[in-house]
Design a protein around this ligand. Structure first.
Ligand SMILES: NC(=O)c1ccc[n+]([C@@H]2O[C@H](COP(=O)([O-])OP(=O)(O)OC[C@H]3O[C@@H](n4cnc5c(N)ncnc54)[C@H](O)[C@@H]3O)[C@@H](O)[C@H]2O)c1
Length: 523
């Protein structure tokens, strides 16, 4: 799908002028400004359709949890979540859901079979629905124009065409996937060009802000729900219909309706800001390691400043997940398409810093292990991109294993939630390793942290799972089973360094000076 970008997406908000009243510290806008920036509830409190049947295309990390919560909170609305992937649907209908999220099992059990259905019958669900969420994947393009940066909108386009071909009654089509600014326009053109006579489509943007690992609590208590629509009577009525669905549990004041382009861009912008904070604190972690400052102390001190706040200031081996990198690269591509190379370069640096952090951590491991990893066993604790999810997309562990393999190390991986088959698939990804037998000579998957660390030269913590904390695992047992000197590299700031050193470990922590720089006088 080609993006016809002509209009910058800056929205139509006036710039604040000098001498304007001061904005309070605890929020970006005053209540008066809020009324101007977001369409007030009165603007959408117009005659509108009551939604009875919802279809969600895409039963993934977003579509599954989001529409399960919608079904739980709207028992009178029939919600059908469809996917082309039959295996995924089968799992959604079983006791072993395809994704791990705290609280998800209970939410699904409450409504499944009552007003929540999982099905491969995509066509039927589209035909019956009044409102359709498009919640399909939008991965970064690997080839063609914009390769490595632009979002691949092929799945969004395919789903849009399918809706256009099948619909025999009016539909509200909701863009739930994260897409570049102005994608709704492309969807509208496709829908209108293929619509059956008399069938009307209204397009809304309703980006999802949930974070994996806390998806259910994020959905039940969202900071805000964004609904972007055209500023026409029909557009506002469609927004009102969707707002009613959320209003079953979200206070009206937190349901924000706005211009569709602002809504689309706000999602990319929010992820870019969050990732930027992580890259900023990670850049500072390099300075800490070189100076003797402690990154946890620095982030604590900065986080106490209410203008900054503590969230997303935890240094680590790097961010991962399906969204941050993809969405920032998407923003970089959008900036380039708009002939704004400096803006593109600014955001690209957030991703570059993330790559640098993974490389830097690996280099530290190599130099600590006497400058060679050849034949050494490295135990990787954690393969998911963060705790409380089994998702491994863009996980830093994948990159680290690639680096360790290049250094001829032997790697043993343990993760409490990631399936073994997923680990092999990630490590065999084209461009990473494409020879499974060779891979399996160097890499093994362990059933426990203890097994992974048995006879290892080093333990590397890649994911901050609670069970890796020194209050949960028996690190004395781990130490006893390891080669000496036994190294532990904490890439997630989860360990009490002093306690582990007492056991005998050589401990290297991200954002803290290594053994060579440490001055015992100050410890
Ligand atoms: N994962 C997150 O934390 C998160 C958070 C917010 C937003 N998002 C965005 O939401 C979107 C979906 O992400 P996800 O993580 O759920 O992806 P996912 O890959 O887990 O799920 C997408 C699903 O859509 C299905 N699909 C694709 N085309 C289809 C079609 N034509 N008909 C039926 N099913 C089809 C796929 O089979 C897949 O199961 C992406 O744009 C993503 O950027 C993701």
């Amino acid at each position: 799908m080609s993006l016809n970008i002509k209009v910058p997406c800056a929205g139509n908000f006036a710039r604040p002028t000098l001498g304007a009243p001061q904005v309070p510290r605890d929020g970006a806008v005053t209540p008066a400004e809020k009324r101007r920036l977001s369409r007030p509830f009165e603007a959408i409190n117009i005659p509108h359709k009551k939604i009875k049947k919802i279809c969600c295309i895409g039963a993934g990390y977003v579509g599954g949890p989001t529409c399960s919560v919608i079904a739980m909170k709207n028992p009178n609305v029939q919600v059908t979540i469809v996917d082309l992937n039959a295996q995924r649907i089968e799992s959604w209908n079983s006791d072993e859901l395809p994704i791990y999220e705290p609280g998800l099992d209970e939410v699904v059990k409450e409504s499944r079979g009552r007003n929540l259905f999982f099905s491969t019958g995509v066509d039927q669900a589209i035909i019956e629905a009044d409102l359709i969420f498009v919640s399909v994947n939008t991965p970064t393009k690997y080839t063609g124009i914009g390769a490595g940066y632009a979002a691949d909108l092929g799945y969004v386009e395919a789903a849009t065409r399918q809706i256009a071909w099948l619909a025999t009654s009016d539909k509200i089509v909701v863009e739930k996937s994260t897409v570049p600014c102005r994608t709704a326009q492309s969807m509208r053109v496709i829908l209108e060009a293929n619509a059956k006579p008399g069938v009307r489509f209204d397009i809304l943007s309703n980006p999802e802000f949930l974070a994996e690992g806390t998806a259910i609590s994020d959905l039940i208590k969202p900071d805000r729900v964004l609904i972007g629509s055209l500023d026409t009577e029909e557009g506002r009525a469609a927004a009102a219909s969707l707002a009613d669905i959320y209003a079953s549990w979200v206070p009206r004041g937190q349901i924000i309706t706005m211009n569709v382009w602002s809504s689309e861009l706000s999602k990319l912008a929010a992820n870019a800001f969050l990732a930027q904070r992580i890259s900023s604190i990670n850049a500072l972690s390099a300075i800490c390691e070189a100076t003797g400052a402690d990154i946890d102390e620095v982030s604590y001190a900065c986080g106490l400043d209410s203008r900054i706040g503590p969230k997303f200031l935890k240094a680590s081996v790097g961010f991962g997940g399906s969204c941050f990198q993809k969405d920032i690269l998407n923003l970089v591509y959008l900036s380039e398409s708009l002939h704004l190379p400096e803006v593109a370069q600014y955001w690209r640096q957030v991703v570059d810093m993330n790559e640098y952090q993974k490389r830097r951590f690996t280099n530290r491991i190599i130099s600590s292990l006497f400058n060679t990893l050849t034949g050494k066993k490295i135990a990787i604790f954690g393969f998911a991109f963060k705790k409380d999810t089994g998702d491994t997309r863009e996980s830093p562990a994948i990159t680290l294993v690639k680096y360790f393999r290049a250094e001829k190390a032997l790697v043993s991986i343990y993760d409490p939630k990631v399936e073994e088959s997923q680990i092999w698939m990630d490590l065999c990804e084209p461009g990473i390793v494409d020879d499974l037998p060779a891979l399996q000579k160097q890499v093994s998957i362990a059933a426990s942290a203890y097994q992974a660390a048995e006879k290892a030269d080093a333990v590397v913590i890649c994911t901050e799972w609670e069970e890796f904390k020194d209050t949960r695992l028996d690190y004395e047992q781990i130490y006893d089973g390891m080669k000496k000197p036994a190294f532990i590299f904490d890439g997630r700031l989860v360990l009490n360094e002093k306690r582990l050193k007492k056991i005998g470990f050589k401990v290297e922590t991200i954002g803290r000076p290594g053994e060579s720089l440490r001055n015992p006088e100050f410890e």
